[in-house]
Design a protein around this ligand. Structure first.
Ligand code: SF4
Ligand code: SF4
Length: 386
Protein backbone atom coordinates (compact mmCIF):
# COMPACT_ATOMS: atom_id res chain seq x y z
CA UNK A 1 0.00 0.00 0.00
CA UNK A 2 1.36 3.43 -0.96
CA UNK A 3 1.81 6.06 1.75
CA UNK A 4 -0.88 8.34 0.26
CA UNK A 5 -3.37 5.45 0.16
CA UNK A 6 -2.58 4.56 3.76
CA UNK A 7 -3.05 8.17 4.86
CA UNK A 8 -6.35 8.52 3.04
CA UNK A 9 -7.65 5.31 4.65
CA UNK A 10 -6.59 6.53 8.09
CA UNK A 11 -8.36 9.82 7.40
CA UNK A 12 -11.63 7.87 7.08
CA UNK A 13 -11.68 7.55 10.89
CA UNK A 14 -14.64 9.63 12.13
CA UNK A 15 -13.15 9.93 15.63
CA UNK A 16 -16.41 8.63 17.07
CA UNK A 17 -14.57 6.73 19.82
CA UNK A 18 -16.79 3.65 19.58
CA UNK A 19 -13.58 1.59 19.50
CA UNK A 20 -12.84 2.60 23.10
CA UNK A 21 -15.42 0.95 25.34
CA UNK A 22 -18.73 0.11 23.64
CA UNK A 23 -21.60 -1.71 25.32
CA UNK A 24 -23.89 -3.98 23.29
CA UNK A 25 -26.03 -6.10 25.57
CA UNK A 26 -27.38 -8.27 22.73
CA UNK A 27 -23.89 -9.57 21.85
CA UNK A 28 -22.57 -9.55 25.42
CA UNK A 29 -20.16 -6.74 24.55
CA UNK A 30 -18.93 -4.71 27.49
CA UNK A 31 -15.77 -3.09 26.13
CA UNK A 32 -13.75 -3.87 23.04
CA UNK A 33 -10.12 -2.84 23.23
CA UNK A 34 -8.13 -5.01 25.66
CA UNK A 35 -5.35 -2.41 25.79
CA UNK A 36 -7.63 0.47 26.74
CA UNK A 37 -9.17 -1.56 29.55
CA UNK A 38 -5.82 -2.56 31.00
CA UNK A 39 -3.40 0.32 30.56
CA UNK A 40 -2.99 4.01 31.18
CA UNK A 41 -6.26 5.39 29.88
CA UNK A 42 -4.48 7.70 27.47
CA UNK A 43 -6.06 8.33 24.07
CA UNK A 44 -3.17 6.43 22.42
CA UNK A 45 -4.31 3.25 24.16
CA UNK A 46 -7.16 2.58 21.74
CA UNK A 47 -7.62 2.79 18.00
CA UNK A 48 -8.79 6.41 17.65
CA UNK A 49 -5.68 7.79 19.33
CA UNK A 50 -3.34 5.40 17.51
CA UNK A 51 -4.81 6.51 14.20
CA UNK A 52 -4.18 10.16 15.06
CA UNK A 53 -0.57 9.40 16.10
CA UNK A 54 -0.06 7.40 12.91
CA UNK A 55 -1.40 10.24 10.78
CA UNK A 56 0.80 12.82 12.52
CA UNK A 57 3.90 10.63 12.14
CA UNK A 58 3.23 9.65 8.53
CA UNK A 59 2.44 13.23 7.53
CA UNK A 60 5.56 14.50 9.30
CA UNK A 61 3.58 16.64 11.76
CA UNK A 62 5.01 15.05 14.88
CA UNK A 63 8.59 14.78 16.09
CA UNK A 64 9.51 11.14 16.56
CA UNK A 65 9.55 10.42 20.27
CA UNK A 66 10.09 6.74 21.20
CA UNK A 67 7.00 6.64 23.45
CA UNK A 68 4.80 7.98 20.63
CA UNK A 69 6.11 5.50 18.07
CA UNK A 70 5.88 2.66 20.59
CA UNK A 71 2.23 3.44 21.33
CA UNK A 72 1.51 2.11 17.82
CA UNK A 73 2.88 -1.26 18.92
CA UNK A 74 0.88 -1.36 22.16
CA UNK A 75 -1.94 -3.18 20.39
CA UNK A 76 -2.56 -6.89 19.88
CA UNK A 77 -3.89 -6.34 16.33
CA UNK A 78 -6.93 -8.31 17.49
CA UNK A 79 -9.21 -6.24 15.23
CA UNK A 80 -11.98 -6.29 17.79
CA UNK A 81 -12.35 -2.56 17.11
CA UNK A 82 -12.40 -3.18 13.34
CA UNK A 83 -15.49 -5.39 13.71
CA UNK A 84 -17.56 -2.61 15.27
CA UNK A 85 -16.02 0.44 13.53
CA UNK A 86 -18.89 2.36 11.84
CA UNK A 87 -16.45 3.73 9.24
CA UNK A 88 -15.67 0.15 8.20
CA UNK A 89 -11.96 0.52 8.94
CA UNK A 90 -9.98 -2.71 9.10
CA UNK A 91 -8.03 -1.27 12.00
CA UNK A 92 -5.61 -4.16 12.59
CA UNK A 93 -4.64 -4.32 8.91
CA UNK A 94 -4.17 -0.56 8.82
CA UNK A 95 -2.05 -0.49 11.96
CA UNK A 96 0.07 -3.31 10.56
CA UNK A 97 0.72 -1.19 7.45
CA UNK A 98 1.52 1.80 9.65
CA UNK A 99 4.00 -0.33 11.59
CA UNK A 100 5.62 -1.40 8.33
CA UNK A 101 6.17 2.23 7.41
CA UNK A 102 7.31 3.25 10.90
CA UNK A 103 9.69 0.27 11.31
CA UNK A 104 11.30 0.77 7.90
CA UNK A 105 11.55 4.56 7.87
CA UNK A 106 10.97 6.17 11.25
CA UNK A 107 11.73 4.16 14.38
CA UNK A 108 12.83 0.68 15.47
CA UNK A 109 12.73 -0.20 19.16
CA UNK A 110 15.52 -2.27 20.66
CA UNK A 111 13.09 -5.11 21.45
CA UNK A 112 11.97 -5.32 17.82
CA UNK A 113 15.57 -5.39 16.64
CA UNK A 114 16.33 -8.27 19.05
CA UNK A 115 13.32 -10.27 17.78
CA UNK A 116 14.40 -9.83 14.16
CA UNK A 117 18.01 -10.75 14.98
CA UNK A 118 16.91 -13.81 16.93
CA UNK A 119 14.86 -15.08 14.00
CA UNK A 120 17.70 -14.41 11.58
CA UNK A 121 20.19 -16.27 13.80
CA UNK A 122 18.11 -19.01 15.49
CA UNK A 123 14.93 -19.31 13.42
CA UNK A 124 12.74 -18.35 16.40
CA UNK A 125 12.02 -15.12 18.31
CA UNK A 126 13.01 -16.64 21.69
CA UNK A 127 16.82 -16.49 21.38
CA UNK A 128 16.83 -20.29 21.60
CA UNK A 129 19.35 -22.42 19.70
CA UNK A 130 17.66 -24.32 16.84
CA UNK A 131 18.60 -27.76 18.24
CA UNK A 132 16.16 -27.17 21.13
CA UNK A 133 13.21 -26.84 18.75
CA UNK A 134 12.38 -30.54 18.54
CA UNK A 135 13.46 -31.57 22.05
CA UNK A 136 9.82 -32.47 22.77
CA UNK A 137 9.94 -35.10 20.00
CA UNK A 138 13.22 -36.67 21.16
CA UNK A 139 14.56 -39.56 19.10
CA UNK A 140 11.33 -39.76 17.10
CA UNK A 141 12.49 -36.76 15.07
CA UNK A 142 14.94 -38.96 13.15
CA UNK A 143 12.08 -41.38 12.34
CA UNK A 144 10.05 -38.67 10.60
CA UNK A 145 9.97 -39.33 6.84
CA UNK A 146 11.46 -36.88 4.33
CA UNK A 147 8.25 -36.95 2.30
CA UNK A 148 4.60 -37.21 3.34
CA UNK A 149 1.08 -36.14 2.35
CA UNK A 150 0.85 -33.74 5.26
CA UNK A 151 3.33 -31.45 7.00
CA UNK A 152 2.68 -30.68 10.65
CA UNK A 153 4.12 -27.15 11.01
CA UNK A 154 4.69 -26.98 14.76
CA UNK A 155 5.70 -23.31 15.14
CA UNK A 156 8.12 -21.56 17.51
CA UNK A 157 5.71 -21.02 20.40
CA UNK A 158 4.27 -24.53 20.38
CA UNK A 159 7.75 -26.08 20.18
CA UNK A 160 9.46 -23.87 22.74
CA UNK A 161 6.69 -22.74 25.11
CA UNK A 162 3.80 -25.25 24.95
CA UNK A 163 5.34 -28.53 23.69
CA UNK A 164 2.48 -30.47 25.31
CA UNK A 165 0.29 -29.25 22.42
CA UNK A 166 2.78 -30.63 19.89
CA UNK A 167 2.97 -33.97 21.72
CA UNK A 168 -0.83 -34.21 21.79
CA UNK A 169 -1.03 -33.44 18.07
CA UNK A 170 1.53 -36.10 17.15
CA UNK A 171 -0.27 -38.63 19.36
CA UNK A 172 -3.55 -38.03 17.48
CA UNK A 173 -1.89 -38.05 14.05
CA UNK A 174 -0.26 -41.40 14.88
CA UNK A 175 -3.50 -42.84 16.34
CA UNK A 176 -5.43 -41.94 13.19
CA UNK A 177 -2.77 -43.36 10.86
CA UNK A 178 -2.19 -39.98 9.20
CA UNK A 179 0.69 -39.86 6.70
CA UNK A 180 2.56 -36.86 8.07
CA UNK A 181 5.98 -35.45 8.77
CA UNK A 182 7.52 -32.38 10.39
CA UNK A 183 10.10 -30.01 8.91
CA UNK A 184 13.38 -31.06 10.52
CA UNK A 185 14.78 -27.63 9.65
CA UNK A 186 11.58 -25.80 10.67
CA UNK A 187 12.01 -22.03 10.81
CA UNK A 188 9.85 -19.23 12.18
CA UNK A 189 6.81 -18.68 9.93
CA UNK A 190 7.47 -14.92 10.00
CA UNK A 191 4.14 -13.96 11.59
CA UNK A 192 5.71 -11.88 14.36
CA UNK A 193 7.96 -10.11 11.81
CA UNK A 194 4.98 -9.16 9.70
CA UNK A 195 2.96 -7.98 12.70
CA UNK A 196 5.73 -5.69 13.94
CA UNK A 197 6.28 -4.23 10.49
CA UNK A 198 9.39 -6.14 9.33
CA UNK A 199 7.91 -7.09 5.97
CA UNK A 200 11.16 -7.82 4.09
CA UNK A 201 12.39 -10.08 6.89
CA UNK A 202 8.98 -11.79 6.94
CA UNK A 203 9.27 -12.49 3.20
CA UNK A 204 12.68 -14.12 3.75
CA UNK A 205 11.26 -16.33 6.51
CA UNK A 206 8.26 -17.24 4.34
CA UNK A 207 10.52 -18.25 1.44
CA UNK A 208 12.51 -20.55 3.71
CA UNK A 209 9.40 -22.21 5.09
CA UNK A 210 7.78 -22.69 1.67
CA UNK A 211 10.98 -24.23 0.28
CA UNK A 212 11.13 -26.69 3.19
CA UNK A 213 7.46 -27.64 2.74
CA UNK A 214 7.91 -28.10 -1.00
CA UNK A 215 10.80 -30.52 -0.41
CA UNK A 216 8.40 -32.91 1.38
CA UNK A 217 5.95 -33.04 -1.54
CA UNK A 218 3.10 -32.34 0.92
CA UNK A 219 -0.09 -30.82 -0.38
CA UNK A 220 -1.52 -30.02 3.03
CA UNK A 221 0.04 -28.18 5.97
CA UNK A 222 -1.53 -28.23 9.42
CA UNK A 223 -0.62 -25.82 12.21
CA UNK A 224 -1.20 -25.72 15.98
CA UNK A 225 -0.71 -21.98 16.17
CA UNK A 226 -3.41 -19.56 15.09
CA UNK A 227 -0.64 -17.08 14.13
CA UNK A 228 1.16 -19.62 11.91
CA UNK A 229 -2.21 -20.57 10.41
CA UNK A 230 -3.05 -17.01 9.47
CA UNK A 231 0.34 -16.13 8.04
CA UNK A 232 0.68 -19.35 6.01
CA UNK A 233 -2.88 -19.31 4.72
CA UNK A 234 -3.54 -15.64 4.12
CA UNK A 235 -0.24 -13.72 4.16
CA UNK A 236 2.03 -16.09 2.21
CA UNK A 237 -0.06 -15.89 -0.98
CA UNK A 238 0.01 -12.11 -0.66
CA UNK A 239 3.78 -12.03 -0.01
CA UNK A 240 4.90 -14.80 -2.40
CA UNK A 241 2.01 -15.60 -4.76
CA UNK A 242 0.41 -19.06 -4.99
CA UNK A 243 2.20 -21.49 -2.65
CA UNK A 244 0.63 -24.71 -3.95
CA UNK A 245 -0.47 -26.26 -0.67
CA UNK A 246 -3.60 -26.14 1.48
CA UNK A 247 -3.31 -24.78 5.02
CA UNK A 248 -5.53 -26.04 7.83
CA UNK A 249 -5.52 -25.37 11.53
CA UNK A 250 -5.27 -28.62 13.51
CA UNK A 251 -8.84 -28.16 14.76
CA UNK A 252 -10.06 -27.99 11.15
CA UNK A 253 -8.08 -31.07 10.18
CA UNK A 254 -9.27 -33.08 13.18
CA UNK A 255 -12.86 -31.99 12.67
CA UNK A 256 -12.58 -33.21 9.08
CA UNK A 257 -11.28 -36.60 10.31
CA UNK A 258 -14.16 -36.72 12.81
CA UNK A 259 -16.74 -36.10 10.08
CA UNK A 260 -15.13 -38.73 7.83
CA UNK A 261 -15.31 -41.26 10.66
CA UNK A 262 -11.51 -41.47 10.92
CA UNK A 263 -11.33 -39.99 14.42
CA UNK A 264 -13.26 -41.48 17.31
CA UNK A 265 -13.53 -39.65 20.59
CA UNK A 266 -14.31 -41.16 23.98
CA UNK A 267 -14.95 -39.96 27.51
CA UNK A 268 -12.91 -37.81 29.89
CA UNK A 269 -12.12 -39.66 33.11
CA UNK A 270 -13.40 -36.72 35.19
CA UNK A 271 -16.32 -34.42 34.49
CA UNK A 272 -15.27 -31.02 33.12
CA UNK A 273 -17.29 -27.83 32.70
CA UNK A 274 -15.48 -25.72 30.13
CA UNK A 275 -15.75 -22.71 27.88
CA UNK A 276 -13.89 -21.81 24.70
CA UNK A 277 -11.86 -18.68 23.93
CA UNK A 278 -11.70 -17.80 20.21
CA UNK A 279 -8.08 -16.98 19.27
CA UNK A 280 -8.10 -13.74 17.22
CA UNK A 281 -5.92 -15.07 14.40
CA UNK A 282 -8.08 -18.17 14.06
CA UNK A 283 -11.50 -16.62 14.65
CA UNK A 284 -11.81 -12.98 13.69
CA UNK A 285 -8.93 -13.10 11.19
CA UNK A 286 -9.41 -16.68 9.93
CA UNK A 287 -13.19 -17.21 10.32
CA UNK A 288 -12.65 -20.58 12.02
CA UNK A 289 -15.30 -20.72 14.73
CA UNK A 290 -17.23 -23.98 14.47
CA UNK A 291 -14.57 -26.69 14.06
CA UNK A 292 -13.02 -26.32 17.54
CA UNK A 293 -16.51 -26.17 19.06
CA UNK A 294 -17.58 -29.30 17.19
CA UNK A 295 -14.57 -31.22 18.51
CA UNK A 296 -15.29 -30.04 22.06
CA UNK A 297 -18.95 -31.08 21.78
CA UNK A 298 -17.92 -34.61 20.73
CA UNK A 299 -15.95 -35.19 23.94
CA UNK A 300 -18.05 -37.09 26.48
CA UNK A 301 -18.17 -35.99 30.10
CA UNK A 302 -17.38 -32.43 28.99
CA UNK A 303 -20.08 -29.86 29.64
CA UNK A 304 -19.59 -26.98 27.20
CA UNK A 305 -20.80 -23.47 27.95
CA UNK A 306 -20.32 -20.40 25.72
CA UNK A 307 -18.78 -17.28 27.19
CA UNK A 308 -20.03 -13.86 26.13
CA UNK A 309 -18.95 -12.21 23.97
CA UNK A 310 -17.72 -14.89 21.61
CA UNK A 311 -16.79 -15.54 17.96
CA UNK A 312 -16.21 -12.23 16.09
CA UNK A 313 -16.82 -10.20 19.25
CA UNK A 314 -14.46 -12.25 21.45
CA UNK A 315 -11.98 -10.26 23.55
CA UNK A 316 -8.30 -10.99 22.83
CA UNK A 317 -6.19 -12.99 25.32
CA UNK A 318 -3.57 -10.22 25.20
CA UNK A 319 -0.71 -12.14 23.58
CA UNK A 320 -1.11 -11.20 19.91
CA UNK A 321 0.45 -8.63 17.62
CA UNK A 322 3.83 -9.03 19.33
CA UNK A 323 2.51 -7.75 22.69
CA UNK A 324 3.52 -10.86 24.66
CA UNK A 325 7.13 -10.37 23.59
CA UNK A 326 7.12 -6.59 23.79
CA UNK A 327 5.06 -5.90 26.91
CA UNK A 328 4.68 -9.20 28.74
CA UNK A 329 3.20 -7.72 31.92
CA UNK A 330 0.41 -5.97 30.00
CA UNK A 331 -0.33 -9.16 28.05
CA UNK A 332 -0.74 -11.10 31.31
CA UNK A 333 -2.91 -8.35 32.82
CA UNK A 334 -5.27 -8.63 29.83
CA UNK A 335 -5.46 -12.43 30.20
CA UNK A 336 -6.16 -12.08 33.94
CA UNK A 337 -9.01 -9.65 33.28
CA UNK A 338 -10.53 -12.04 30.76
CA UNK A 339 -10.40 -14.96 33.21
CA UNK A 340 -11.87 -12.83 36.01
CA UNK A 341 -14.76 -11.82 33.74
CA UNK A 342 -15.73 -15.44 33.11
CA UNK A 343 -15.22 -16.60 36.69
CA UNK A 344 -18.96 -16.48 37.49
CA UNK A 345 -19.57 -19.17 34.83
CA UNK A 346 -18.48 -21.81 37.39
CA UNK A 347 -16.21 -23.48 34.86
CA UNK A 348 -13.17 -25.50 35.78
CA UNK A 349 -11.43 -25.26 32.39
CA UNK A 350 -10.78 -22.62 29.76
CA UNK A 351 -10.04 -24.01 26.31
CA UNK A 352 -8.40 -22.39 23.34
CA UNK A 353 -6.77 -23.41 20.07
CA UNK A 354 -3.53 -21.45 19.97
CA UNK A 355 -0.28 -21.85 21.92
CA UNK A 356 -0.03 -18.08 22.47
CA UNK A 357 -3.45 -18.00 24.16
CA UNK A 358 -2.58 -21.00 26.31
CA UNK A 359 0.86 -19.67 27.24
CA UNK A 360 -0.56 -16.28 28.22
CA UNK A 361 -3.58 -17.65 30.13
CA UNK A 362 -1.32 -20.07 32.02
CA UNK A 363 0.96 -17.16 32.97
CA UNK A 364 -2.08 -15.26 34.26
CA UNK A 365 -3.42 -18.23 36.24
CA UNK A 366 -0.02 -18.95 37.79
CA UNK A 367 0.67 -15.36 38.77
CA UNK A 368 -2.77 -14.82 40.29
CA UNK A 369 -3.14 -18.35 41.68
CA UNK A 370 -6.49 -18.77 39.94
CA UNK A 371 -8.34 -22.06 40.22
CA UNK A 372 -8.91 -22.91 36.57
CA UNK A 373 -7.19 -25.28 34.13
CA UNK A 374 -6.10 -24.06 30.70
CA UNK A 375 -6.05 -26.51 27.78
CA UNK A 376 -5.66 -26.41 24.05
CA UNK A 377 -8.61 -28.25 22.43
CA UNK A 378 -6.13 -30.69 20.86
CA UNK A 379 -4.85 -31.71 24.29
CA UNK A 380 -8.36 -32.80 25.29
CA UNK A 381 -8.84 -34.62 21.99
CA UNK A 382 -5.57 -36.49 22.66
CA UNK A 383 -6.86 -37.54 26.10
CA UNK A 384 -9.92 -39.27 24.60
CA UNK A 385 -8.77 -40.38 21.14
CA UNK A 386 -9.59 -44.06 20.58
S1 SF4 B 1 -14.66 3.27 15.75
FE1 SF4 B 1 -13.64 3.54 13.77
S2 SF4 B 1 -14.28 5.58 13.09
FE2 SF4 B 1 -14.75 5.48 15.29
S3 SF4 B 1 -12.91 6.36 16.27
FE3 SF4 B 1 -12.63 4.12 16.22
S4 SF4 B 1 -11.46 3.74 14.32
FE4 SF4 B 1 -12.33 5.84 14.17
S1 SF4 C 1 -6.79 -4.04 17.27
FE1 SF4 C 1 -7.44 -4.73 19.32
S2 SF4 C 1 -5.83 -4.05 20.72
FE2 SF4 C 1 -5.56 -2.92 18.79
S3 SF4 C 1 -6.64 -1.01 19.07
FE3 SF4 C 1 -8.11 -2.43 18.13
S4 SF4 C 1 -9.21 -3.43 19.85
FE4 SF4 C 1 -7.37 -2.39 20.69
Amino acid sequence: MKLEELISELLMCRRCGLCRDPIDVEHGIDGTCPIWRNSTGFETDFARGKIQVALALLQGNLDVAPEMAESLYRCTLCNSCGVICPAGLEVAKLLEKVREFVSSKIYVSEKHAVIAESIEKYGNPYLTPPDKRFEWLGKDLSKMPDEAEIVYFVGCTTSLRTPEIAKATVKILNSTGTDFTVLKNEWCCGSILLRIGFRNEAIKAAEKVVKAIESTGAKTVITSCAGCFRVLKYDYPELLGDVGFEVLHTTQFLDKLLKEGKLELGKLSEHMRATYHDPCHLGRHGMVYEEPRNLIKHISNLEFVEMAPNRQFSICCGAGGGLKLLEGALAVKIASEKIRKISDMKINALLSACPFCKYNFVDAVNRQEMDIKIYDVVELVAKVVK
